[in-house]
Design a protein around this ligand. Structure first.
Ligand code: CP
Length: 315
């Protein structure tokens, strides 16, 4: 595996899940695997879980970690080849990625979408530029269209708690006052397709996800029908794919409350965090035994540790 930016970089999912089991039982099993290696983490956007869990995972593999808030502490980067750099950008990613490759053995990058230009966001300009110009593996810490470390942690969570051979997993849109990316739901769908689950996606009309992620997925606009008998409920807001970036905070009846959870088969509540209480989900659900959000966050260490271990192994 040269880079880890999506589920498509996973050659053998069974091996990844076996490694997850191994790190769950023995976090220091390969504590020498990253000895003498440096992980660089570059953030162009805020983070709590990704930043800390990936550092912890790296330490457990024996790596050292350097973190940079590139948006605040670095030079503004130009991503476009051939650009005449007479604007705000002081440094081209061509040099920056090659320079960082002199200091780091793996580079993690977080870069959110603009939500202004769909074609530009879906082309993943930041991630693709780092993949093109860095000479070391790139680890996605959430890109414009995907969040693979989160989705792998979610898969680990579902797999470890499922009590049925083929649990029903529902991804539901939820309201939010701000426009949010489609990365988490895109990625969640992509990873759940690799699992033996009955996946149902529910959202209001107009909040369809990108067709390249949704092929073969059951979709309904009836949230209550979707939640009926669910074993896992994954709530997430996303802004619209078409018209790109549109949102609908007024659709408050899409919030996940105890009433909605009562429709499930004692289902677990999932969210990637951070979450807005009593907007996306009620206190009564988030504070209930059905909430799995802390476990999901704990599993972020395991997902990062597996991905880093595989990158260190070169495949
Ligand atoms: N879920 C997640 O990626 O959290 P952070 O944005 O805090 O890293």
């Amino acid at each position: 595996m040269k880079h880890f930016t999506s589920v498509h970089d996973v050659d053998d999912m069974n091996e990844w899940l076996s490694l997850a089991d191994l790190f769950q039982k023995d976090p220091f099993h390969f504590s020498e695997a990253g000895k003498g290696k440096i992980l660089g983490l570059l953030f162009l956007n805020p983070s709590l879980r990704t930043r800390m869990s990936t550092q912890k995972a790296a330490y457990q593999l024996g790596m050292n970690v350097m973190v940079m808030n590139l948006d605040k502490d670095g030079w503004q980067l130009e991503m476009e080849d051939g650009a005449v750099m007479n604007g705000n950008a002081q440094e081209h990613v061509k040099e920056a990625a090659q320079v960082l490759s002199q200091y780091c053995d793996v580079i993690g990058v977080r870069s959110f979408p603009s939500l202004e230009d769909r074609a530009a966001d879906y082309a993943e300009p930041v991630l693709e530029a780092f993949k093109k110009y860095a000479t070391v593996p790139i680890l996605s810490l959430e890109s414009a269209t995907r969040h693979p470390l989160q989705s792998f942690a979610d898969l680990i969570t579902v797999r470890s708690l499922a009590t049925k051979p083929r649990p029903k997993v529902v991804l539901t849109w939820a309201p939010h006052p701000r426009r949010l990316p489609q990365a988490v739901p895109n990625s969640f769908v992509e990873w759940m397709k690799q699992a033996d689950v009955e996946l149902v996606v529910t959202h209001p009309e107009g909040f369809e996800l990108a067709p390249e992620f949704m092929g073969g997925v059951t979709v309904t606009h009836d949230q209550k029908a979707a939640l009926s008998g669910a074993d896992f409920v994954y709530a997430k807001n996303w802004s619209a794919y078409e018209p790109y970036g549109k949102t609908a905070p007024e659709l408050t009846d899409w919030q996940i409350t105890s009433e909605q959870m009562a429709l499930t088969d004692n289902g677990g509540f999932m969210h990637c965090l951070p979450v807005r209480r009593n907007v996306v989900v009620s206190d009564s659900v988030l504070d209930s035994p059905q909430s799995l959000v802390i476990m999901q966050a704990a599993n972020r260490v395991i997902s990062a540790q597996v991905a880093l271990y595989k990158l260190l192994q070169g495949g």
